[in-house]
Design a binder for this molecule. Structure first.
Ligand code: G6P
Length: 612
């Protein structure tokens, strides 16, 4: 959601900014723009994609070695040329790019209008640009000081970069609630919403903290203050990301690449955390809080979208293996319903991006009530790992496709490890069973590899159903969240209406939808509920529904009943989600490609949802 890219140094800024915007496209956006300064301040912006912006800039003057650029995901005002960033101040000499929402923009705008300010767009960001200039004029202060003072008047979330025609040798960056990373080069700086556009230039980054304002000078000097005027020492960290992780590596889409990466990413999530010979699990990041976890009376898992689905699998795993009651909640609901939270509760926040606004707000709420918060996040250095007491990174590597795939399986892997670690410490699992489950977990990457070998078969099934208008997904127990995730994947990228349901609930509603035009994906792998799922399949067939079944290898019963089947290797049913979700990811991928959809950047969606 909204991408920020900025540069100051001795190189030509335009190619760096455009490349940066392309790297940030995965976040989701609907307009783009760039501002460059070389004596003259030039701003080009338009509705549409970064390619459209490039076309607009063809044959235009794009020179300058300082500039800011932006991809906008519309909040205040529709996607349009006027609403695209950068936004000008009243005089036109200051430009601002912004990610987040200024909640009190309306009264500020009214006040400024009384002082004859004229606004061109409907955005909250333009109001901020005007405010900064008004403050600078009133106070007769520096640009940086005007930004700092203005941000004291603002309620809401922001990551901003400010450029002024009068200050050709500095950029001002600031952050609260929305992410901002500063890349530190040799007498040059980059600023971006995440590290992906920076990594090819420098591995040295500074993650700007909450309510911090940074002044980035062309001579390589950087000064950071809080908006309350407290000096901060810049802390430079080294990125571990590799550039190849941001390329498609021969795959037609990032999503397919990421589906295929899962044997590796699941293995990376386990690396160094599981010891088969000695029969133990150790999640280093939570070691200091292990006792708190073991003593927890209750665990509350919060997340959004796919991360919430992983949380549901976590509930089954932790309750079954570690015998601690677990509740799973949408972060957005949790934060607004005045939940009962005790100081001996443990909250696990799951987030791929580590930036989801609702999850962050839910964490702050739980923290304020004294709960201990663990994070399970993928993006290193993002806001959620910073806001939690402890946590584990999933180490799945950058996930660029908007529809989450490898992050989901990595999150489940961490949750399984967590359940096993608590269970061992609490003695809720006998040693031989622990070792069995650990060795099963260890074999999952190879089994996912086997599932990937069914890709052609899945593509053939996708072809048959690519024109369907609705889909139903059913699962039971551990595979119920997989049904939800399968349905989410399909609707996200192919725009086909799909619903996930617990198989037994079908009788209480969805069965009314079933006729010869309704494809029903049933996860019918071996497990405690297998027989009942077989009955559910019979009920669907009796109503002429088309059954696509995911079955355990060698299952002749369901293979006979279903219209189409996809075999997956046998595993412990508690780990089945890691395997069963893969054919569903492939199915939605192929259907979306066949329908001509933009798989990696589906319409209206954002990879990282930094507004409520
Ligand atoms: C967006 C993404 C989803 C993701 C959800 C939660 O909706 O498109 O793929 O599951 O946000 O994001 P998080 O980064 O917190 O896991």
């Amino acid at each position: 959601m909204c991408g920020i890219m900025a540069y100051i140094g001795s190189k030509e800024a335009y190619p760096i900014l455009i490349k940066g915007l392309h790297r940030l496209e995965y976040r989701g956006y609907d307009s783009a723009g760039v501002a460059l300064l070389d004596g003259k301040l030039k701003v080009y912006k338009c509705k549409g994609k970064v390619d459209d912006l490039e076309n607009l800039c063809k044959n235009k003057n794009t020179s300058g070695n300082i500039g800011i650029a932006h991809t906008r995901w519309a909040t205040h005002g529709e996607p349009s040329d006027e609403n695209a960033h950068p936004h000008f101040s009243q005089s036109g000499k200051i430009v601002v790019i912004h990610n987040g929402i200024i909640e009190n923009y309306a009264p500020i705008k009214e006040e400024l209008k009384k002082r004859k300010h004229k606004f061109i767009s409907e955005t909250d960001t333009e109001v901020l640009a005007h405010l900064i200039e008004a403050v600078q004029e009133n106070e007769g202060c520096s640009l940086a000081e005007a930004v700092r003072l203005s941000l004291n008047q603002v309620i809401g979330a922001y990551a901003i970069v400010v450029l002024s025609r009068d200050n050709p040798n500095e950029l001002i960056a600031a952050k609260k609630g929305s992410p901002l990373v500063i890349g530190v080069g040799n007498k040059e700086f980059y600023a971006a919403s995440d590290a992906t556009p920076i990594i090819e230039y420098t591995k040295n980054v500074i993650y700007l903290g909450e309510e911090e304002v940074a002044v980035l000078k062309r001579d390589g000097e950087i000064k950071i203050k809080t908006i309350k005027n407290k000096n901060k020492t810049p802390y430079i960290e080294e990125l571990e990301m590799h550039l190849e992780a941001l390329e498609k590596g021969g795959f037609p889409h990032f999503m397919l690449k990421e589906i295929y990466e899962q044997p590796r990413s699941i293995r990376d999530s386990m690396r160094g955390r599981l010891n088969l010979e000695k029969g133990y699990v150790k999640l280093g990041g939570i070691a200091d809080y292990q006792q708190t976890l073991i003593n927890a009376k209750r665990i509350i898992i919060i997340g959004c979208g796919t991360s919430w689905h992983a949380g549901l699998v976590g509930e089954y795993l932790i309750e079954n293996i570690a015998r601690i009651p677990v509740e799973v909640e949408y972060a957005s609901e949790f934060r607004y319903r005045n939940p009962v939270i005790h100081s001996d509760d443990v909250v696990i926040a799951i987030s791929q991006s580590g930036e989801t606004a609702d999850t962050l707000a839910a964490i702050e709420l739980a923290k304020s009530k004294g709960a201990t918060i663990f994070g399970i996040c993928n993006v290193v250095g993002s806001s959620i790992p910073r806001a939690t007491h402890a946590g584990s990174y999933t180490h799945a590597g950058p996930e660029i496709g908007v529809a989450s795939t490898k992050a989901f399986t990595a999150q489940i892997t961490i949750l399984a490890l967590m359940a096993l670690e608590i269970a061992k410490a609490k003695g809720t699992i006998p040693k031989n069973k622990l070792i069995q489950l650990l060795s099963e977990l260890d074999s999952i990457p190879a089994k996912v590899e086997e599932v990937l070998a069914t890709n052609k078969r899945v593509a053939a099934i996708a072809r048959i159903f690519s024109k369907a208008r609705n889909f139903l997904y059913l699962g039971r127990g551990y595979t119920f969240p997989v049904a939800l995730e399968g349905a989410l994947k399909l609707k996200e990228i192919s725009y086909i209406h799909a619903e996930g349901y617990p198989a037994a609930e079908m009788k209480h509603g969805p069965i009314a939808l079933i006729d010869e035009n309704m494809p029903v994906v049933v996860i019918a792998t071996q497990g405690a509920s297998y027989e009942i799922v077989v009955s559910n399949i019979q009920e669907i067939k009796a109503r002429k529904g088309k059954v696509i079944a995911v079955v355990t290898k060698g299952d002749t019963v369901v293979e006979e009943l279903a219209d189409y089947f996809i075999e997956v290797p046998e595993t412990d049913e508690r780990l089945a989600p890691l395997i069963a979700v893969v054919p569903l990811q492939l199915l939605s991928y192929h259907i979306a490609v066949m329908r001509g959809c933009n798989v990696d950047q589906p319409r209206n969606l954002a990879k990282s949802v930094t507004v409520e």
